[in-house]
Design a protein around this ligand. Structure first.
Ligand code: AMP
Length: 214
């Protein structure tokens, strides 16, 4: 399975990408997680990405394309992948297209999660994220363990700095201007499947699986 999960921040891309990837036995490739890890490790990439991320802006295309070129050529991606958070711009989608063509690994489908904006703002305000493994929780719909630590890896959960209301508005604007045009881009290539992102995690997973024809 080679697929992209597209959607605004807070649409549930990360949660669903994790489930779909696990079921298919392929890696979830989440560029936001890659950048957050680089920040934690204090690498050059992490330092470069930090100011963009904190402002809710996109990290420059050439940086992101370099990351994805490297990641998709690792051995575990040969059987497939679920891309989460990439591509986010038309130039990124074009670069991905060329890369996959060169590797002889065409995409099966692009899954776009539809979620109304007011739901997104509520979801992001209640999100708690594990800085270790990237698992996210929600104070109402998927409450974190009582000790505030991740049930997968035991790290203390945090509110992502870019989940603050001000930055969320900026990220939604960036999504509408720069990422939403990708729906048309993939529609024109016959790859787009739009999926209702409202409901329980399980309900949305089932819709995504059936959109994939599985
Ligand atoms: P996410 O975890 O996917 O919401 O990503 C968090 C932040 O990382 C974004 O707001 C961007 O600053 C940066 N980022 C992640 N993926 C990309 C990408 N494909 N292109 C540009 N910036 C990205």
């Amino acid at each position: 399975m080679r697929t992209i999960l597209l959607g605004p921040p807070g649409a549930g891309k990360g949660t669903q990408a994790q489930v779909l990837a696990q079921r298919a036995g392929v890696p979830q490739v989440a560029t936001g997680d890659i950048l957050r890890r680089a920040r934690e490790e204090g690498t050059d990439l992490g330092r470069r990405a930090q100011s963009y991320m904190d402002r809710g802006e996109l990290v420059p295309d050439e940086v992101m394309i370099g990351i994805i070129e490297q990641r998709l050529q690792e051995a575990d991606a040969r059987e497939g992948f679920v891309l989460d958070g990439f591509p986010r711009t038309v130039p990124q989608a074009e670069a991905l297209g060329e890369l996959l063509l060169g590797l002889g690994m065409p995409l099966d489908a692009v899954l776009a999660l539809d979620v109304p904006e007011e739901v997104i703002v509520r979801r992001l305000a209640g999100r708690r994220t594990c800085p270790g493994c990237g698992r996210s929780y929600h104070v109402e719909s998927d409450p974190p363990p009582a000790d505030g630590r991740c049930q997968n890896c035991g790290r203390e959960l945090v509110t992502r700095p870019d989940d603050r209301a001000e930055t969320v508005r900026e990220r939604l604007g960036v999504y509408r201007r720069q990422t939403e045009p990708l729906k048309e881009y993939y529609q024109a290539r016959g790859l787009l499947r739009q999926v209702d992102g409202l409901g329980t995690v399980e309900e949305v997973t089932e819709r995504l699986q059936s959109a994939l024809g599985r």
